[in-house]
Write a protein that binds this ligand. Structure first.
Ligand code: URA
Length: 251
């Protein structure tokens, strides 16, 4: 991957800052000063920012399951000065970054890690990890729409893959629906419901694969065990080897 992408994945800085630092001659890879853009690296290469290399940071891999509150950006830094997910991990001496993202106004399960392999597996579209969301909409959901949401909805970036839907509560003024999808398109769940002109009042991610937020309060997290991390990686690798091509990528 490109050096600036690796720097942002390792939580060293944003991609834009990485480009500036490379231009200023402040980045070394495996002890060698980088003098051009476009250098390819892996997350195993030793990447240093000159002047920051004395900062000692644990480099063994860790992954946390975080219960993201509303009003927090899924990033390591925000140009507009808003709170970011890694602000909740200031006591952890690791260069952490979010694995994928939840919208600013979505709460719930988000992995925070420094494990490049896990990140690539979980965020890659071909690895089909199930994610379950609880959606609150502002009206009574119609059965015919639920059927279509389950089957697949044509969004501007293509047809969605089948989902699993359960109605948790249905009244004339609001409905509470659980939806499980395995794609990770931008604002996907909101767009699926907006397609039928529902207004999403609240969106919460309840689980990622077999990992749920039981016992983790909003704004809190827990460290995953090595067995949990390996299990997530195995599920992703198995799904990938089935080589399912998402519908929206089929021509
Ligand atoms: N779908 C959305 O619409 N938003 C999220 O944050 C996650 C999934």
């Amino acid at each position: 991957m490109r050096l600036q992408k690796a720097m942002s994945q390792l939580g060293l800085c944003s991609r834009r800052q990485a480009e500036e630092l490379i231009n200023q001659g402040k980045v070394k890879v495996n002890g060698v000063l980088v003098q051009e853009m476009g250098v390819q690296v892996t997350l195993k290469d030793k990447i240093e920012i000159i002047g920051q290399s004395n900062k000692s940071v644990n480099t063994n891999t860790v992954t946390f399951l975080f219960n993201k509150p509303l009003g927090v950006v899924s990033s390591v830094k925000d140009d507009r000065g808003r709170k970011v997910v890694t602000d909740f991990f200031n006591n952890e001496n690791y260069r952490l970054y979010p694995v994928g993202r939840l919208d600013y106004n979505t709460s719930g399960a988000l992995l925070i890690s420094n494990d490049g392999e896990l990140t690539n597996l979980v965020t890659h579209p071909s690895t089909h990890l199930n994610k379950t969301y609880i959606v609150t909409i502002d009206s009574e959901v119609k059965d015919e729409h639920l059927k279509l949401l389950e089957k697949g909805v044509m969004l501007e970036d293509g047809l969605t893959q089948p989902s699993i839907i359960k109605v948790l509560k249905r009244t004339t003024t609001y409905s509470l629906i659980s939806i499980t999808i395995h794609e990770g398109r931008n604002r996907q769940v909101r767009r699926m419901f907006e397609h039928f002109s529902y207004h999403v009042k609240n969106l919460h991610r309840e689980s990622i694969g077999f990992l749920n937020l039981n016992g983790i309060e909003r704004g809190k997290y827990r460290l995953l065990t090595n067995q949990e991390v390996e299990k997530i990686k195995t599920i992703c690798k198995q799904n990938k080897s089935k080589n399912i091509i998402p519908e929206y990528k089929r021509k």
